[in-house]
Design a protein around this ligand. Structure first.
Ligand code: SAH
Length: 353
């Protein structure tokens, strides 16, 4: 007799998982509190297997394990930077590989998580874009990255999340939507919405969907060029979602947005670009994050020198735009978007400084 397929509890939204567990325990005449006991063990205080839910009687743990599964992501590589940044490569059930980066900063621990295997957008400087799109990740694979780091010994727990790993989160909205709930809800990881940032090239329907969530999730928009001509050459998606529409969406977003602007030597870093960028930022009240180019991305770009980045920041400030220069982290472990996976595929040793 063939076994009925097990339900992947980690692929269910929290309300769906609660309902599945409620039906499961009710059918066995178990008290309702078993639902909560089990639900907190999915994400909030995760276990690697049902057998580890020691607060449940053994027979119930066995029964759960025959009805449900809690699939793990296989840790294929782990690298630690001299600055404490750690990068993880996870192998998925179908062989796809994705990356997660954990960035400590004082009392903060920011996880940079992936939302797709590969990416379809082909931004000219991005290593993930160069590898092409494989598939969307499911809830259990996106939130699963946070769960896996919490299962390490010792555990690594996130205080902040940025969707700045591989992929375009707003092109995988249903799974990202469910992940936001798992990250934020007290039955999930309980991370404050203001500490969770979705980063996008400007996928307009996704920005609208994010703005309709009642929680104060943050939105970062990868601008990278202050006019359509240049942006089109760096980010082909600009044809579909041109700057004027992206800026209008940022203005309509009910919380303050951040612009990400990767500094590309002699490409987008002149005083004229600063003026144009300031105008866009002021049109929608955006905060600007200047990002030093991470070496090892794609294309033949050179990083803007640190002094020029500071001048560029000063030019924005003179136009009354708030700006910060992002610290480059994990450069010795290629911690920029897509780089660990690219290294593995090329089968060369991780670079060291
Ligand atoms: N698709 C989303 C999120 C993933 S990338 C987005 O584009 O916003 C997260 C950020 O890293 C983006 O701003 C992206 O442009 C930037 N990035 C990609 N490659 C980089 C590199 N080599 N150096 C610096 N930033 C890079």
């Amino acid at each position: 007799m063939s076994q009925p397929a097990k339900t992947n509890l980690l692929a269910l939204s929290i309300p769906e998982a609660r309902e599945s567990l409620r039906a499961f325990f009710a059918a066995r005449g178990e008290p309702a509190y078993r639902v909560g006991q089990t639900l907190t063990r999915l994400w909030a205080r995760p276990v690697s297997a049902f057998a580890d839910i020691t607060e449940l009687p053994e027979a119930l743990r066995d029964a759960l394990a025959s009805a449900f599964e809690l699939p793990r992501l296989e840790l294929a590589a782990r690298q630690r930077s001299t600055d404490g940044t750690e990068k993880f490569l996870f192998r998925l059930a179908d062989g796809q590989a994705i990356e997660t980066v954990a960035i400590p900063d004082g009392s903060r621990m920011t996880f940079c998580i992936s939302s797709q295997a590969g990416c379809a957008l082909q931004c000219a400087f991005c290593a993930t874009g160069a590898m092409g799109f494989a598939r969307n990740l499911g809830l259990h694979e996106i939130a699963g990255q946070v769960r896996e780091l919490a299962l390490l010994d010792p555990p690594i727990k996130a205080t902040n999340i940025v969707f700045m790993g591989m992929g375009e989160p707003l092109m995988n909205w249903p799974a990202v939507d469910a992940t936001l709930t798992v990250l934020n809800s007290p039955e999930g990881f309980g991370i404050g919405a203001r500490h969770i940032t979705v980063s996008t090239v400007g996928v307009l329907p996704g920005i609208v969907a994010l703005s309709q969530r009642p929680e104060q999730f943050r939105l970062a928009i990868s601008i990278h060029a202050p006019n359509d001509g240049l942006r089109h050459t760096l980010m082909p998606i600009n044809t579909k979602y041109p700057l004027a529409e992206v800026i209008a969406a940022a203005r309509d977003f009910d919380r303050r947005v951040t612009f990400e602007y990767v500094m590309l030597g002699d490409v987008n870093d002149t005083p004229m670009h600063a003026r144009e960028l300031a105008e866009l930022a002021r049109a929608c009240g955006a905060f600007v994050n200047l990002i030093p180019l991470h070496p090892g991305g794609a294309g033949a770009f050179t990083p803007t020198p640190a002094r020029r980045i500071r001048e560029f920041a000063g030019q924005l400030e003179r136009h009354r735009v708030e700006v910060a220069v992002r610290k480059s982290r994990g450069t010795d472990i290629s911690a920029a978007c897509g780089q660990l996976r690219v290294e593995r595929l090329r089968r060369r040793a991780p670079s060291t400084v």
